[in-house]
Structures are given as structure tokens and as C-alpha cells.
Design a protein around this ligand. Structure first.
Ligand SMILES: Cc1cc2nc3c(=O)[nH]c(=O)nc-3n(C[C@H](O)[C@H](O)[C@H](O)COP(=O)(O)O)c2cc1C
Length: 292
């Protein structure tokens, strides 16, 4: 779809205003809806114009999936070095490079955290926002801790994606984790202690790498472009499209986690989020104010 094809009329313009929010997770299970949603999910494909069907980089981006089952095959040192180099060369605000990476083999991970890498991964990188290092030579954000934090999160996330795509291009699969195995932002305080992080260095996510065991999972339900992209003014999302997406998420989750559900997964996140919120507030803002 070209930009001119994207409808730009917003609900605000039509005078209908914002729809009242309704909790999206509340719904009864319905076997027919489940099967329909699952079939729709399985039909999902990347939408690439046929003229660009075999572009090498586009292919890597379109075929990437979060993989959660890895084989025992080791990732060679030069391949892992190239992945880290892709992170080092990522773009960043004023080239501040406000990130740090902690790199692990399966063995060093086990020695550090006293448990195996999630999903039998062979290597991992914990990606952190880092506002500590720059301060040795620069005080770029003296009165703006939120801006400084946000910029570091943006920069570190870009580095994470560079590493993710470099891995994919080299035939190595990966998954980013914020929760599983105490590896991300929800376990920031724990990671700060174990990794001896100074104030201003905050873990965001862990990328677990390995060669995939078995085939890639199907494309998870991605929202249509006309729901996420607008031309001039924000376009109010279509509730029926959102409900359809949610039904596909639930169906996909049920099909792959027979004893769990999408709702149960969200509740697991909720149970950790409250504590993680106060931990992170203290780590990112209070700690930094003390330093100044
Ligand atoms: C920042 C971030 C954190 C994530 N945390 C987890 C996680 O804790 N556990 C997990 O299984 N997947 C996690 N994922 C993977 C997402 O579930 C996955 O990207 C999403 O379902 C879309 O699937 P796709 O990557 O195959 O397109 C995370 C992804 C990102 C970007």
C-alpha cells in the first residue's frame, strides 16, 4: 500500500470521538471462533511487492521470527563477533552509543546465573541502556533524566535490533526476552546486583541466540498497515480489527501452550510489573539524582 492509499481521516475529524476503552482480555472461549482465528493466523504472510520478492535484506527481515527452541550446534566465535559488531555500529542519538552489552556463552551464563540459558540457547547478550559511561566526559542532559533515559532506551533498542538482524542474516536465530528466566527489564534489580551495574546502567532485554531446532514458527498475527500507519492525523483504531487480532493471539497461544493461555501469560507479567516499576524508578531516576 502506498502512502496515498492509506485513509487519513481520523475519528476526531468525523466527530465520533474516542471509543470508550473495554478490557480486551475478557471473553468467553468459543471453539468455532478458536478454529477460525487459528486458520486466519496461519494464513498470515509478509506483504512484499512482487518486484522486491528476492531482495536479500528484505528477505532476512521478513523471515525473522522469535525462535524459542535451539539445537545443540554451537555458534562459532567469528559469527558471534560479527553479531556484536553489528550492535557496536548501530545508529544512536548524537552518536552517544548509550548502551552496554553483556555477552555470554551457555557456560558463562550458567556460571553467572546458576541456571541454563532459556530455550537451550548457545549464546546470549544482555542489552542495557547506559547513561553512566558518557558522564565520564560529558554532562549532556543535566536537567533531563527522562529524556536521557528515553534516548538510552531508544539507542540500546536499535543496537539490539541490529544484532538480531545480523544474527538472522548469518543463519542464527534468536529471541528477545524481557521476562523469561529473569533476563530483562522486569528483573532489572536482580541483574544490577549480579552484573555489578553502576547507577545509570539498566538492563532492558536479553537476546538469546542459537541455531533453530525444527522449523520456524508461523508468522504471529501482525496488525494491518492501515491500523498502524496514518498519513496526516492519527486514525482511531478499528475495534473489530483489534478484537480479531486478540482472538488470533489467544488462539495461537492456546495452540502452542496447551496448559496455559494468553491471559495467564499477561497475568504473569502483571505480577512482576509492580515490583519492577519501583525497582526501575529507583535505579534510573533516584540513583542518578544522587550522583549529580
Ligand atoms: C523487548 C522484547 C521483549 C520480549 N520478551 C519476551 C519474553 O520475555 N518471552 C518470550 O517468550 N518472548 C519475548 N519477546 C518476543 C515476542 O514475544 C515476539 O517478538 C512477538 O511475539 C512477535 O513475534 P516475532 O518476533 O516472531 O515477530 C520479546 C520481544 C521483545 C521485542
Amino acid at each position: 500500500m502506498t502512502q496515498s492509499e492509506i485513509p487519513s481521516q481520523s475519528l476526531a475529524e468525523t466527530g465520533r470521538g474516542v471509543q470508550s476503552p473495554r478490557p480486551l482480555t475478557r471473553s468467553k472461549s468459543n471453539p468455532i471462533k478458536f478454529v477460525r482465528s487459528l486458520l486466519r493466523l496461519l494464513k498470515g504472510r509478509p506483504q512484499v511487492p512482487s518486484s522486491l520478492a528476492h531482495h536479500a535484506l528484505l528477505d532476512v527481515i521478513m523471515k525473522r521470527r522469535s525462535v524459542r527452541s535451539f539445537s545443540e550446534r554451537e555458534i562459532p566465535d567469528d559469527v558471534f563477533a560479527a553479531i556484536l559488531e553489528a550492535g557496536r555500529l548501530a545508529p544512536s542519538t548524537v552518536n552517544l552509543q548509550s548502551w552496554s552489552f553483556a555477552a555470554f556463552t551457555a557456560e558463562t551464563w550458567r556460571a553467572t546465573f546458576e541456571r541454563p540459558l532459556p530455550f537451550q540457547g548457545r549464546r546470549a547478550i544482555i542489552v542495557m541502556g547506559d547513561t553512566y559511561r558518557d558522564r565520564l566526559v560529558l554532562d549532556a542532559f543535566p536537567q533531563s533524566p527522562l529524556i536521557e533515559y528515553t534516548i538510552a532506551v531508544v539507542n540500546a533498542s536499535l543496537a539490539a535490533m541490529n544484532m538480531n538482524l545480523a544474527a538472522e542474516a548469518l543463519g542464527v536465530s534468536s529471541v528477545m526476552l524481557s521476562e523469561t528466566g529473569r533476563t530483562g527489564v522486569l528483573d532489572a534489580r536482580y541483574l544490577k546486583q549480579v552484573l555489578c551495574l553502576p547507577d545509570g546502567v539498566f538492563p532492558l532485554l536479553t537476546i538469546v541466540f542459537g541455531y533453530p531446532r525444527g522449523s520456524y514458527p508461523p508468522l504471529p498475527p501482525k496488525l494491518p498497515l492501515d491500523q498502524i500507519c496514518f498519513a496526516q492525523h492519527y486514525r482511531e483504531p478499528d475495534r473489530s480489527v483489534m478484537e480479531d487480532w486478540l482472538a488470533q493471539m489467544k488462539a495461537g497461544y492456546k495452540a502452542s501452550h496447551l496448559r496455559s493461555s494468553f491471559e495467564a501469560q499477561l497475568r504473569l507479567y502483571e505480577s512482576k510489573i509492580g515490583r519492577a516499576e519501583s525497582d526501575l524508578q529507583a535505579m534510573v531516576f533516584r540513583g542518578e539524582r544522587k550522583e549529580r
